[in-house]
Design a binder for this molecule. Structure first.
Ligand SMILES: [Zn+2]
Length: 61
């Protein structure tokens, strides 16, 4: 995913998970950028699927 603030690209698991101690039931799902600590909303599954399609096309070419 790409940070909406500084444009740094990182995997969701590389990001700092925002608030594990959040009072919300299981914590909110914001992902903090490892570079600037901006809280990004998690990338929707739909976007991930689209990326897979595009990367698959690149490989076949
Ligand atoms: Zn950032």
């Amino acid at each position: 995913m790409r940070c909406g603030f500084c444009g740094h690209e990182f995997e969701e698991h590389e990001g700092n998970v925002g608030c594990k101690n959040c009072p919300m039931s299981s914590g909110c799902k914001m992902v903090k950028c490892p570079r600037c600590n901006y809280e990004n909303p998690p990338e929707p599954a739909l976007i991930k699927g689209l990326k897979k399609v595009f990367s698959a096309k690149k490989k076949t070419n």
